[in-house]
Design a protein around this ligand. Sequence first.
Ligand SMILES: [Zn+2]
Length: 547
Amino acid sequence: MISGYRVLARKYRPTALGDLVGQDLLVQTLAQAIHHNRLPHAFLLHGIRGVGKTTTARIMARVLNCLNNNTETGKLIDACGHCASCKSLADDRHLDVIEIDAASRTGVDDVREIIDSSRYKAVTGHYKIFIIDEVHMLSKSAFNALLKTLEEPPPHVKFIFATTEIRKIPDTILSRCMRFDLKRIEPKLLVDYLKKIAGLEGFVLEEEAAFSLARAADGSMRDGLSLLDQAIALSFTDNGSDSISAQTVYSMLGLANRQRLFTLLKVVLEGQTDLTLQHTRELLHEGADAQLLLQDILDVLYGLICLKTVPQFQQDGFWSQADRDAGLQLTNPLAVSTLLSMWQALLNALQEVKVAPVPSQALELALLRMCYLVDLPPLENLIQSFKGARSKDVPSAPSQPPSQALQHLMAAAPVPPVVQPEAQVNKSIVDLPASFTDLVECISKLREPMLYSQLLQDADCISYQPGEMTLYLKPHTAASFLPTLKQVLQNLTHQSWLIHLADQAGKGSLQDQKQDLLNKTQEQALNHPTLQAIQQAFPGSTVQIIN
Ligand SMILES: [Zn+2]
């Protein structure tokens, strides 16, 4: 009986406005428009694929053309289902309802054909209805041709456009349509609907299986039903069982077992490195794909963050009650910032897994890094303690070097730039540098490479005390040097500096002094008896001293 089989999406396609799932607003608005006899000549249905645009268009056509309805008096809400018009629509042979797929008929000639046929009155129903699917695919000239008819449409013509890409439709067209945005189907509604349809097909859809299907469908009814079709087909082979198990759906969708995913995440969040490695390897060994597994973990982590931060999510239908309970328990001891850092780090890890020669290794290491991440004090605490230390004027450097775990964190996740590096440098040297060498050292930390190089090479410090100094500048020193130095010192220390210029050179610039020292060392080395003995033993050899 395979020839008689109809896919679920077609078999259970709604035929009345009231049967549309999850589009309450649309149904209400449309019913009102009909009731008050304020029906425009053109409707535009917009929404993601599989959300029910074509179905809605057909229902609208049924309602508008039902012979037992009278749109002139506003006496209708739904189609009767048994008049000549309703029957011929159900059999896809209505002469007055013309469906066009703009994806395959994009040209101006196709539109002209529509315009020509719109001149003739409806044969069976009240209206000649043109349903144009994927209307955004029409060419520019086709839109222009259509626009003329839309501006002055014959009274017996209605257009119903459907599109997934509203931005590609010219404003001139948009402004002449009554627009409906079809929502993604709410997960909870989708779960209930899938269960209902499975029931009608004689199957029991397990709760977790329904949630997994709904998540995979991502708000699209058609996708949800197609997936259910597959799941039913797979469940037939299970020794005549009439239940669709979560396990069947997991393996069909290539997902890791949800419970085990939670267990893995639990040991990661508890920082148990050995168990993390063990569970990850078990899942990989059982055939889970490293990249998909990581995506699943990211998905769960996203849900955990929502659970923790958005109270409404605790009633949201995206997760089953069991998942929500388990999730709340998992995230209880953790700070939101830690979870966010983990998410960000795992997102980076996803790239690593994609390029790694052995993706499973990248995944294992990424999860091990996470184990260290949860050990850390929450970022907000760190910032708070950092601020506290500052306000008490405690020396700026942290008392301990960053822990190994913190280094892991830094490597793994770009921590939000809470403390600006420049501000950090500025504040850390509020105490004036004690010597000229210290001052040059401070400037080396700023992003002033030119000034730093001039200070090293061209400035000869004759005398120095914090806030005041005398410099001898080499003749070729750039004129901008002195004002720049003053400005930078002022910014750095929040006070103005007195800088005198000397006529006579002193000990030389820091660079010169360093060079002198090097020369002296070299000279001493060359005069060393051992070296001289070597040179005598190997006549003609040269000695090079590496700095
Ligand atoms: Zn009817």
